[in-house]
Design a protein. Structure first.
Length: 240
């Protein structure tokens, strides 16, 4: 888990095998943890400089590598304005990666993290999970790509219908084309889960509409999917 030169990902790595480990948040209340992480982020941002490529795992590890899982969960769920959306997304992403590694997921080329879909919640305190999921979902909703929508659908299917509604709200009656697409993906994934309980962890490599249409479990839904793609396109033209 290489970080940028001069930085360490030690605590991130230890947190994979021991999510209850306390280090950066030791002896601090929640407000103090946020203040501590804010200072750490400011220091690291100044040291890294403005020219760094932020779209690399090395950058992510440099920024969160010294944080324990409690610190990351609090940042991800923060609503005080202490952290930018980008910084909160770093915490959510890092939590996802830890969960992925903990479950025995791929640990090779960092570039392949981009194909991972999942909520990564096992490293988050139970009392924080709903808020972390809402933060993640709100950011993902800005991206209507198939990959992003699959991630959102996967979270809903994993939670189950009733808990999903309590966390995210009920969109079943929505006429918004994006919500209708999300509902279709949830329906298809829920059906697939009846015969394949692990379906929500087998979405790697499905990044485009064509990828999804080729997935065996989704084939009964392709016609409706195409209709919704057309509806989304028409809606985009109207909004332009």
């Amino acid at each position: 888990m290489p970080a940028l030169e001069g930085f360490s990902s030690h605590e991130f790595a230890i947190g994979i095998s021991d999510p209850t480990r306390v280090s950066s948040s030791a002896g601090l209340n929640d407000a103090e943890v946020l203040k501590d992480v804010r200072a750490r982020f400011d220091d690291k941002t100044a040291r890294i400089g403005a020219d760094v490529n932020k779209n690399t795992s090395e950058y992510v590890y440099a920024m969160i590598g010294d944080l324990d899982t409690r610190s990351m969960a609090l940042v991800a769920a923060d609503t005080s304005g202490t952290f930018s959306d980008e910084e909160k997304n770093l915490a959510v992403m890092a939590t996802q990666w830890q969960d992925h590694f903990r479950a025995g997921g791929y640990v090779g080329s960092p570039e392949l993290h981009n194909t991972y879909i999942g909520m990564g919640l096992s490293a988050v305190r139970p009392e924080d999970r709903a808020e972390v999921m809402r933060v993640y979902d709100g950011e993902a909703a800005k991206d209507t790509s198939v990959r992003s929508q699959l991630g959102r659908a996967s979270a809903r299917v994993t939670l189950g219908e009733e808990q999903s509604k309590s966390v995210f709200g009920d969109i079943s009656a929505s006429t918004n084309p994006d919500d209708k697409m999300l509902s279709l993906l949830v329906e298809a994934m829920t059906k697939a889960k009846e015969t394949d309980p692990q379906i929500t962890s087998k979405l790697h490599g499905i990044n485009t509409a064509d990828d999804l249409k080729k997935a065996e479990w989704f084939k009964p839904y392709v016609e409706r999917f195409n209709q919704l793609l057309d509806e989304q396109a028409a809606n985009s033209v109207k909004a332009a």
